[in-house]
Design a protein around this ligand. Structure first.
Ligand code: ZN
Length: 230
């Protein structure tokens, strides 16, 4: 272990939960709460992402969504837009999902925010639609094959890994080894599994010491903050 790494290790004892729908309770977890705008509740207290989920893409007129995002950028705790994307398993017509997705891609470019992506059985469309937008795209709940991961890496995507990693047969158990650690985040999403246990399983799958992983993921998060909260 390099000296630089062991020095930073002492400072970095916090876990980063990049995407969660639960308010964090644990003091050593920095969580990014996902604020679903169709619920029209107040912005949360700590760091958050905000957007229109494809499942609820018909709940807000585009104009309203646009105005809400324009106002939220004045909140210094807004880290990212989303989750946004496409989901072919839900009942919302794809064109409506796409319009809402594109609006959020545009806002992400305009305000220099990353976009948390939700993608279910829509890889071709998500890759094609998002390719023209120079934003940091983070695929949340990622559980793709080695082949898909290679393709997404070429397109510059980042990956947030959640509770799927606990399943020894999950695709992510293999594909995570092809993801450069600097392109990786962890999350709990709606799962009751703790972020600590996700870190343990990710470090196991990567055959990496857990404190090294914690340090790398902390650095990744720092970069995200530097890029997006300026
Ligand atoms: Zn989510």
């Amino acid at each position: 272990m390099s000296e630089k790494r062991s020095n930073s290790k002492n400072k970095v004892d916090q876990y980063i939960d990049l995407h969660t729908h639960q308010q964090p309770l644990d003091k050593d977890v920095i969580a990014v709460y996902n604020h679903l705008l169709h619920e029209k509740t107040d912005a949360p207290e700590g760091l958050f992402s905000a957007g229109q989920h494809p499942w609820y893409a018909d709940r807000l007129p585009l104009d309203d969504l646009s105005k809400m995002l324009d106002q939220l950028v004045f909140n210094s705790n807004l880290l990212a837009f989303g989750e946004a994307g496409l989901d072919k398993v839900c009942n919302i017509p794809l064109q409506i999902q796409q319009d809402v997705f594109e609006l959020q891609l545009n806002k992400a470019v305009e305000y220099n925010k990353p976009l948390i992506l939700h993608c279910v059985k829509s890889w071709e469309e998500v890759i094609e639609i998002s390719s023209g937008y120079p934003v940091k795209k983070i695929l949340h709940g990622y559980n793709g094959t080695v082949e898909l991961t290679g393709r997404l890496l070429l397109e510059g995507f980042y990956f947030s890994v959640g509770s799927a990693i606990l399943n020894s047969n999950a695709k992510i158990r293999q594909s995570i080894q092809s993801i450069p650690p600097t392109s990786l985040f962890c999350e709990t999403d709606t799962s009751q599994v703790s972020i600590k246990s996700i870190y343990t399983n990710v470090s196991d799958a990567l055959k990496m010491e857990e404190d090294v992983l914690r340090s790398i993921l902390f650095d990744n998060f720092q970069h995200l903050l530097e890029e997006c909260l300026k």
